[in-house]
Design a protein around this ligand. Structure first.
Ligand SMILES: Cc1cc2nc3c(=O)[nH]c(=O)nc-3n(C[C@H](O)[C@H](O)[C@H](O)COP(=O)(O)OP(=O)(O)OC[C@H]3O[C@@H](n4cnc5c(N)ncnc54)[C@H](O)[C@@H]3O)c2cc1C
Length: 390
């Protein structure tokens, strides 16, 4: 039944925050979003991959605009260094829809309907209200809500109400993530062509790099592309102060095939971030009147390409639960039953993929199609991943 008059406060206005705000407004709730950052989140120009079926569903339901540019590809190609140049060691069917993070956020934000957005307003505390419901406190005062959604990311303050003291666990390695302009591919027509049809894993000793094309930023032609990458490696001790682009180029110089090292060396790296790889699973995704969504509920290692996917699916689950329940408490309990298990599944999958591809990375050069297929099947251990459905 429609939750008309339900007051829903959302802490965080990023992917999970905007998606759950849409879920709330579509279910008839009165939604207020509090975002700490005063800047435009759309300027985070990184790559995000989602399953094509989820993209279609979100467009159909009005969460995403059909006009949001994407750069779909159908395959996954594994490369290793031959003598000096790249050798294709395996190819698998893997239809994915790469997006530009900023454009994805912008499209979600535009579809939050009547939700009120307070930008540049950090939430300082959340708590239970004496007569039921929850309170959100900011420097401007306190507001009461029937439901509070914690969409406040990996260091979630809201999570402290459900799981006090729970902190992310470090995997012991890091990921360098950025984008490079397409001009870096000039003079490399084969690599350019490959990237038009596939996303690429490039294995090297102790790690690997992921490469794929994404639509360029908000003011660009929808057909324009950027080369997005994520390089996973164990950083040498004491490197924290080192400039990140220089470190990625160092790895490329030492381990990449010549043409890929040249691409990485040529481009000016933008939106470059180094993340320590971590994971975390909140034991409960909801405890009325609180609900956690996106990274606040759980962090899966990025090998699953599922953090944003989970945030979007959290929102779809919330909408269905609100529509089909007789009370907000019942809706949150339904959400908890479904999303806690999915978060745990993704954390486990991320750990297994991290061990296989980084912590105990294989000798890539000795692998071929059948070795990659059986090694990867073992890493998945029967768990489904939209990246490896084939
Ligand atoms: C290398 C890498 C590659 C990835 N690739 C993929 C991929 O291909 N596919 C995929 O699905 N996922 C991917 N992910 C994961 C994905 O980026 C995240 O899971 C997703 O962006 C999390 O969104 P979120 O809204 O939960 O959190 P965030 O984007 O972290 O947003 C949290 C928001 O809450 C705000 N906030 C925090 N505290 C407060 C407060 N007290 N008051 C008010 N506001 C607050 C913050 O300012 C922020 O805007 C990747 C991650 C990494 C690191």
């Amino acid at each position: 039944m429609p939750m008309t008059g339900l007051r829903m406060g959302v802490v965080g206005g990023s992917i999970a925050g905007c998606a759950t705000a849409i879920a709330g407004t579509r279910s008839g709730a009165d939604v207020t979003v509090y975002e700490r950052s005063g800047g435009e989140l759309r300027d985070r120009g990184l790559g995000i991959v989602i399953p094509p079926a989820l993209h279609t569903r979100l467009v159909g339901l009005g969460y995403l605009d059909a006009s949001m540019p994407t750069a779909p590809v159908a395959s996954h190609v594994w490369l290793a260094r031959g003598l000096r140049t790249a050798r294709e060691i395996a190819r698998q069917p893997s239809p994915v829809t790469p997006c530009n993070w900023g454009l994805l956020w912008q499209s979600l934000r535009a579809n939050t309907g009547k939700a009120r957005h307070h930008r540049g307003r950090p939430v300082t505390a959340v708590g239970r209200a004496p007569g039921g419901g929850a309170l959100i406190r900011t420097a401007e005062g306190e507001e009461a809500y029937d439901i509070v959604v914690g969409a406040d990311g990996h260091r979630s303050l809201t999570r402290q109400s459900l799981a006090p003291g729970l902190e992310p666990t470090a995997a012991g390695y890091a990921v360098w993530r950025g984008t490079i302009p397409m001009s870096a591919l000039t003079g490399h027509p084969r690599q350019r062509e490959l990237l038009r049809e596939a996303w690429v894993t490039l294995g090297f000793p102790g790690g690997h790099g992921i490469f794929y094309l994404i639509p360029a930023g908000a003011d660009a032609d929808p057909a324009e592309r950027l080369l997005a990458y994520a390089v996973y490696a164990t950083a040498p001790a004491g490197d924290e102060g080192r400039e990140s682009a220089a470190y990625v180029r160092e790895i490329a110089d030492e381990h990449f095939p010549d043409e890929w090292a040249d691409i990485v060396a040529r481009g000016e790296h933008v939106s470059l971030v180094r993340h320590p790889v971590t994971d975390l699973h909140a034991p409960r995704a909801a405890d009325p009147p609180f609900l956690l969504a996106g990274d606040a509920a759980g962090i899966t290692r990025p090998h699953t390409a599922s953090g944003a996917v989970k945030a979007l699916e959290d929102a779809l689950c919330l909408e269905a639960a609100l529509r089909d329940s007789a009370s907000p408490g019942e809706a949150l309990r339904r959400y908890e039953a479904e999303r806690t298990a999915e978060g745990a599944r993704l954390v486990e999958l991320g750990r297994r993929l991290g061990v296989a591809q980084v912590e105990r990375a294989p000798d890539w050069g000795t692998m071929g199609q059948s070795e990659i297929d059986s090694w990867f099947r073992a890493a998945l251990a029967g768990t489904a991943s939209y990246l490896y459905e084939g």
